[in-house]
Write a protein that binds this ligand. Structure first.
Ligand SMILES: N[C@@H](CCC(=O)N[C@@H](CS)C(=O)NCC(=O)O)C(=O)O
Length: 198
């Protein structure tokens, strides 16, 4: 199995989750500007949409989209998902919230030419969405025990830090808790981000 990733991008969530799950995988770095893999391959052949993450299985089939990849990883390692009859849906609910309400809201921060006003508006929206999560934080993690949704939220918090967005009370300690996890440290190290990546 191969994870196609770009350092510090949303693919870091799957990278962390794969380590948390204890799964064996290879990493393939993708240059998101040229859409070439580090060995010169054409990433469009892996994901015609051109974005990471992509998970290629040993039979050559490819799974894309953070929600699908993180759900698949949770199915391999059930400890990374909440339990009970509603557990699967609570996880999907959280992954969809992070993907559509937070991840997508960062767009102006990555779009060349975005205005300061667009970034300020996005920052305000992201702050509100993060506040909602800070308010519902259960014990140490989003859904009780650490789940694949926490891996995704952690990446969003690193983006907030890089773009100077303040974290709501509670999420600073949460980010530090995540960063202390061996799987998180390993993924950051593998992506060349080290323990100091914000
Ligand atoms: N819908 C995709 C979006 C993934 C995405 O936004 N990937 C970004 C990195 S965080 C990317 O590869 N952007 C480069 C591009 O779109 O060419 C998902 O949720 O997995």
């Amino acid at each position: 199995m191969k994870l196609y990733f770009s350092p510090g991008a949303c693919s870091l969530a799957g990278h962390i989750a794969l380590h948390e799950a204890g799964l064996e995988f290879d990493r393939v770095k993708v240059d998101l500007k040229t859409h070439r893999t580090e060995d010169g391959g054409d990433f469009a052949k892996v994901n015609p949409n051109g974005y990471v993450p992509a998970l290629e299985f040993d039979d050559g089939s490819v799974l894309t989209e953070n929600i699908a990849i993180l759900s698949w990883i949770a199915d391999q390692a059930p400890a990374l998902a909440p339990t009970g009859p509603m557990g699967r849906y609570r996880l999907l609910e959280m992954l969809a919230y992070i993907s559509t309400e937070i991840h997508k809201a960062f767009k102006p921060f990555f779009k060349p030419g975005a205005t300061d006003a667009e970034k300020a508006q996005a920052g305000e929206q992201i702050g509100k969405r993060l506040q909602f999560l800070a308010d519902i934080l259960k014990d140490d993690y989003l859904l009780g025990g650490m789940s694949v949704a926490d891996a995704y939220l952690f990446v969003m918090l690193t983006w907030a830090g890089k773009n100077g967005l303040p974290l709501p009370a509670g999420l600073e300690a949460y980010a530090a808790r995540m960063r202390a996890r061996p799987a998180v440290r390993l993924a950051l190290e593998h992506e060349g981000l080290g323990a100091t990546a914000s």
